[in-house]
Design a protein around this ligand. Structure first.
Ligand code: NDP
Ligand code: 2IT
Length: 448
């Protein structure tokens, strides 16, 4: 999509010239600048007072060495990152990703997106993200522990419960958060809510594990119902089989959907009877097996090599919940050809720009990740509240808050799109609604 406003178009060129190799970051910024064009044209002070230039440059990016020893006594050195993107409306907040693909472009795109997403939750949290190119797959618990401790030996200098509060993302779940929190506590001699996604015995929130997947379905439910559709009786594809995918599956099924396929990075399983959620959770969350094990255990299910093949299965609703750019133009066209009428993104930036163009162009329901998957970080913020109060809420209380937050978020996004003359375009609505609170706060502070 071409950015028509001259200033924003030049700004985009400067972003690219500054870090030419950061393709994912350019993709995220370009979409936002395109969406914000009508806002900036209505409010020229956003340009003249420097808000737009500051928005696309992180406040701080820390990059560090993470040395660790494997079980055989060999040394390895990975790279760690924390991008503290924007603290205009609260302490930096966002996950840590451990995956071999992590680099500066990935953490910057995620931190940039997080700034808008966190604003959309309505809660006081700024945007941050981090991680490492470490691959937890195939490592022993002891190796993961030593890596996490070494990672925290450097990260602890930059974070704190009122400064920057990391959480999980791809490759970082309850086990990793435990090791990271334990090391922070040792180093600082403090027991604080410095991380979210903690275990329930040491300050975690009920319903945080489920929050992203449940929130995605609460959002999608609003969107579908407004279009006269529903999960009830719908055939659904969910890519991935990690934290977000699993609980999206559970909630979609509880709303009457038939989830017929899930995947991992190697392939996908198709189960015409509908995914057996408890079996899938046991295999993936508890036993850390590959998804192929599901087809081995479930007679009706079949396993297929190659994760992108999942989008060739006919469906009504697609919920990508694995990683960025997992729906490309070809997959989008296949989904459309097979009659899919809704795509709601659980993973961050699930779709390429040309895939979004194709899906929106065909007039089907499309909802972007920064709106759909905000439930995870919203409950993280509720975990911070509970930690500050030194109190905790029941599962139902947290889940009710989450549901209300996602309902409000949906309506804010829809209204923002309408207000700026792009009714039904939730990409624009999410970017605009997320931006306004951040921008007004930046203006209030004045530039330094
Ligand atoms: P997990 O690590 O729990 O699961 C990730 C899943 O995605 C796995 O099934 C994994 O397969 C698959 N996957 C990862 N990378 C790739 C790849 N390059 N190609 C194909 N499949 C891949 O992560 P989460 O469920 O936490 O995160 C999934 C997505 O949701 C990410 O985009 C994340 O940023 C986003 N998200 C997460 C939130 C959270 O609270 N956890 C909140 C909001 C968004 P394999 O095991 O083979 O690698
Ligand atoms: O992308 C995301 O929103 C997350 N990985 C969750 C961040 C958080 O702080 O809970």
């Amino acid at each position: 999509m071409e950015i028509k406003n001259e200033y924003l178009s030049n700004l985009m060129e400067r972003v690219i010239a500054r870090d030419p190799e950061q393709a994912e970051y350019h993709q995220a910024v370009s979409e936002v600048l395109y969406s914000l064009t009508p806002v900036v044209e209505a409010r020229p002070e956003l340009i003249s007072e420097g808000v737009m230039d500051c928005l696309v440059e992180p406040e701080r990016l820390v990059k560090f060495r993470v040395p660790w020893e494997d079980d055989k006594g060999n040394f390895h050195v990975n790279r760690g990152y924390r991008v503290q993107f924007n603290s205009a409306i609260g302490p930096y907040k966002g996950g840590l990703r451990f995956h071999p693909s992590v680099n500066e472009s990935i953490v910057k795109f995620l931190g940039f997106e997080q700034t808008f997403k966190n604003s959309l939750t309505g809660l006081p949290i700024g945007g941050g993200k981090g991680g490492s190119d470490f691959d937890p797959k195939g490592k022993s618990d002891a190796e993961v522990m030593r890596f996490c401790q070494s990672f925290m030996n450097e990260l602890f200098k930059y974070i704190g419960p009122d400064t920057d509060v990391p959480a999980g993302d791809i490759g970082v779940g309850a086990r990793e958060i435990g090791y990271l929190f334990g090391q922070y506590k040792r180093l600082r001699n403090e027991f604080t809510g410095v991380l979210t996604g903690k275990g329930l015995s040491y300050g975690g929130s009920l319903a945080r594990t489920e929050a992203t997947g449940y929130g995605l379905c609460y959002f999608a439910d609003n969107f579908l119902r407004d279009a006269g559709k529903s999960f009830d009786g719908a055939t659904v594809l969910i890519s991935g089989s990690g934290n977000v995918a699993l609980y999206a599956c559970q909630k979609a099924q509880s709303m009457g959907a038939k989830v017929v396929a899930m995947s991992d990075s190697a392939g996908y399983v198709y189960d015409p009877d509908g995914i057996n959620f408890e079996l899938m959770r046991q295999l993936k969350e508890k036993e850390r097996k590959r998804i192929k094990a599901y087809a081995d255990a479930q007679p009706a299910a079949t396993y297929h090599e190659g994760c992108r093949g999942i989008w060739t299965i006919p469906c009504d609703i697609a919920l990508p919940c694995a990683t960025q750019n997992e729906i490309d133009l070809e997959s989008a066209k296949t989904l459309l050809k097979n009659g899919c009428y809704a795509v709601c993104e659980g993973s961050n930036m699930s779709s390429t720009a040309d895939a979004i163009d194709a899906l929106q162009g065909a007039g089907i329901l499309f909802a972007p990740s920064k709106a759909c998957n905000a439930g995870g970080v919203a409950v993280s913020a509720l975990e911070m509240s509970q930690n500050s109060m030194r109190f905790f809420w029941s599962f139902e209380e947290v889940d009710n808050h989450l549901h209300q937050i996602m309902n409000d978020l949906y309506h804010n996004v829809v209204n923002a799109a309408e207000q700026y003359g792009m009714a039904g375009n939730l990409v624009a609505g999410a970017n605009i609604a997320g931006f306004l609170k951040v921008a007004d706060s930046m203006l209030a502070y004045g530039l330094v």
